[in-house]
Design a protein around this ligand. Sequence first.
Ligand code: ATP
Length: 358
Amino acid sequence: MAGSFDESGADLELVGVTKRFPGFTAIENLNLTIPAGSFFALLGPSGCGKTTTLRLVAGLEEPTAGRILIGGKDVTTSKPHQRPVNTVFQSYALFPHMTVLGNVEFGLKRRGISSARELAHEALRLVELDHVAGRRPAQLSGGQQQRVALARAVVNRPALLLLDEPLGALDLKLRRQMQLELKSIQSEVGLTFLHVTHDQEEAMTMADTVAVMNKGRIEQMGAPEELYELPRTTFVANFLGQSNLFTGDVVSTEKDSMTVDIAGLGIKVPRERAQRHAGEVTIGVRPEKLTLHTAKPESTAGVNILGPGTVIDVSFTGVSTQYLVQVPGLPVLTVFAQNMVFGPVAEPGAEVYVSWRV
Ligand code: ATP
């Protein structure tokens, strides 16, 4: 994109932000730094405080304690219109009686900006909708309407764009497509995006950095791969995809690994992956890391084997098949196996073993 969208966004800093409603603490001592130009996702279940955080940044709520800085400037007590921030909501909130172009240029015209029309066309080109500039919102699809809302939100070049579940109203296919589009638009305009979602796949697909929120606090923050591979809490492990979790005591530690007693089995764990090397620990193994065997595999160094167990359920999910396996003394295991040309590896009731590389 040429010219006008080349300014970098501002960084956002929340310092010890707390928000209490009467009888309820929605946000507790939140500390967060979002670098300029990044795509940052706040991910968490319903009620964890995501929207409240956005409303605090937008100036629609005032924090009970703490400070909010945008581009180094303290905006904690600034009114919403004094902040260099725009918000895109799940409901597109377009004016139905205005054309697409009218919607996008409205704010700029009201502020008397002479190049309003030119800038609106430029923003519409960015979202590839300039060819429908003369239509009304009702003549567009849901995805197109959301792109118009996005064009309207970036047209005045806010330093920071807040996105509150912006794709929530779209069907799955369109949602996936829009995720990629939003990401490419963000890298094109270079603004700082703060995106709120409860959809882990959405957060992982789009964001450079994801913060997982739970009950008003951030449990873990990092690159998507880091959160997936090295979750620090069981909440994060479970929220970002499925995980098989086992709890047991560390019985010995070796140079590179340690051994944990899980239902009488000595399960090996790489030392560098463990946060603790003594006492009770929880191990998480992703279902796609597990291999299902219909006969006992030979014991090999560096491979953990569980079993025998029984397949209790098989479900075809497209790319893979999900098996639920009950090994006595363990929680039910979930195994994702790549689909075979000739059908499932095992049927319900079959005796199986499960293994994974340490
Ligand atoms: P969702 O995904 O469902 O929108 P969320 O993570 O965005 O959830 P918030 O809307 O930030 O959650 O709400 C966090 C908590 O604060 C909720 O328990 C909510 O009931 C509470 N809350 C939000 N606004 C108020 C208010 N004005 N008064 C009292 N409690 C509130």
